[in-house]
Design a protein. Structure first.
Length: 481
């Protein structure tokens, strides 16, 4: 089901996230700034009130009659300032002095007055005032002195700051979002170029690659990975083309033989023995064709992972000896010796049947391609965490440039000789699959004594005991010595 709304592009999402995050950060910063400024303004207002209190305290003087009076001049008269006010009260509650600005304020609570400054915010006639009330002593007489300042100016300034922040933040966030979109578009422009170049690379142009201007940044690494993917695709397509061509060739050969035998048989009347011989030849080719198809199906199932692997503890040395016993008749026909040098109880957790087939194919190849009267050595040993099975022959060997491809399907060093010996070109491919499906690795190298050395490396089930001895068994076709 397609989404109701189209999904925005990455640059739009990046811009949106950038704008939202930046907007939240600006809101937090503006809030903290406003709270700090407000606190500073109110603290400054309280400091000003304290200074007004000290000034007002100095303006209270004793009268000749023994009372108290406000002794201010025009420079210190609170009535000259509508934003400031002063009140002076005696301890008995008698009003000594009250400025015109403070006339609108309610009388202070004289009973609650003390020598400690008492700050208070008061609303009177729609205006907010900040007051400081404290007792004072003038020539031995106690009085209650209150000074006040209007908060209107401070609040007006705070409101102006708040207005600038409220209307300025969206504008800043919008400009930042526009700048972020431009930057995101510029930063993601190479991705559009990569997409355009990748779109032009089709199955017929897999040799082409995406240009990588800078391999150090993220986009450069992305382009490099895409190029690696194209390389693997090119290799896979090449292998597929070779496989298709080789498979077609391998299938066409027995079909051509069957057709030829049939045409010869139908060309003229023959005796029953000749027909029987022709049918036998046709059946041999059918068997070869069936084997080829079955092997291809097994490899196909192995590639898709549909073959069930049943792992168990297997003694590789004993498995090698069992395979040698089954193939001894082939070596006997060529007067070849098969020698097995196996460590005692070299255990691996593998699929017995799959690994047996791998060893069988390798030994069968060694018998086919080694000269008559030669020796084939099979060694089973351990290397710390691995079990190693080596099969060395005295055949013609494999050139270094062919060792990487020798496990490819239908690859043959000598087409004519391989067909004469009944090979399908899939034995080593089956061996490689069987080893790798058991978590191992197979490789081929030159045998120091001449010929080829195939080495299978498998995970060791348990570390070997140093006290275990080596069993050297030399098998000749038909028996052991």
């Amino acid at each position: 089901m397609s989404p109701r709304w189209p999904v925005p592009s990455i640059r739009l999402r990046l811009t949106a996230w950038y704008t939202v995050v930046l907007g939240l950060m600006l809101v937090v910063y503006a809030t903290a700034t406003f709270v700090t400024v407000r606190h500073e303004f109110l603290e400054q207002l309280d400091d000003d009130l304290y200074e007004d209190f000290e000034t007002a305290e100095g303006l209270i003087a004793r009268t000749p009659q023994g009372g108290l009076a406000w002794a201010s001049d025009r420079h210190h008269d609170p009535d000259n300032d509508v934003d400031r006010g002063s009140d002076v009260w005696s301890a008995s509650g008698e009003q000594i002095y009250r400025s015109s600005a403070s006339a609108a304020l309610p009388a202070p609570a004289l009973s609650a007055a003390s020598t400690q400054p008492h700050y208070e915010s008061i609303v009177a006639n729609g205006h907010r005032w900040r007051t400081l009330t404290r007792t004072a002593t003038v020539d031995g007489l106690a009085v209650v002195l209150r000074v006040a300042r209007s908060e209107d100016r401070v609040r007006t300034q705070l409101w102006e700051i708040l207005t600038v922040l409220v209307f300025g933040l969206p504008a800043v966030a919008g400009l930042a979002g526009l700048g972020g979109y431009v930057l995101a578009r510029r930063a993601l422009k190479p991705i559009d170029q990569i997409a355009d170049e990748a779109r032009r690379i089709t199955a017929d142009r897999l040799h082409e690659r995406i240009s990588v201007p800078n391999q150090q940044d993220e986009i450069g690494r992305l382009a490099a990975v895409i190029n690696e993917t194209f390389s693997r695709l090119e290799s896979s397509f090449d292998q597929l083309r070779r496989f298709t061509a080789d498979a077609s060739h391998e299938l066409r050969t027995p079909l051509a033989v069957i057709r030829g035998i049939g045409e010869v048989g139908l060309g003229e009347t023959r005796t029953p023995a000749e027909y029987k011989e022709a049918i036998g030849s046709m059946l041999e080719e059918v068997d070869r064709l069936t084997t080829l198809v079955d092997t291809l199906l097994r490899l196909s199932h192995g590639d898709t992972g549909t073959i069930r692997v049943l792992r168990e503890a297997v003694d590789l040395g004993q498995l090698a000896r069992d395979v040698v016993s089954s193939l001894s008749i082939l070596a006997e026909e060529r007067n070849q010796r098969i020698r097995v040098d196996a460590a005692d109880r070299t255990m691996a957790n593998v699929d017995r049947l799959a690994l047996r087939e791998a060893i069988t194919n390798l030994i069968d190849n060694a018998i086919k391609y080694s000269p008559r009267g030669s020796a084939i050595d099979i060694r089973v040993r351990t290397d710390l965490e691995h079990a190693i099975v080596e099969i060395a022959d005295e055949g013609p060997g494999i050139a270094a440039e062919h060792r990487d491809r020798v496990f490819d399907r239908f690859f043959r060093l000598d087409e004519a000789r391989s067909r004469d010996r009944g090979g399908t070109g899939l034995g080593l491919a089956i061996a490689k699959w069987a080893v790798e499906v058991n978590g191992g690795h197979i490789a081929v190298q030159e045998n120091p004594g001449g010929g080829s050395l195939f080495q299978m490396t498998l995970p060791l089930l348990e570390p070997p005991d140093a006290a275990k001895h080596q069993i050297r068994v030399t098998q000749r076709a038909g028996g052991q010595t």
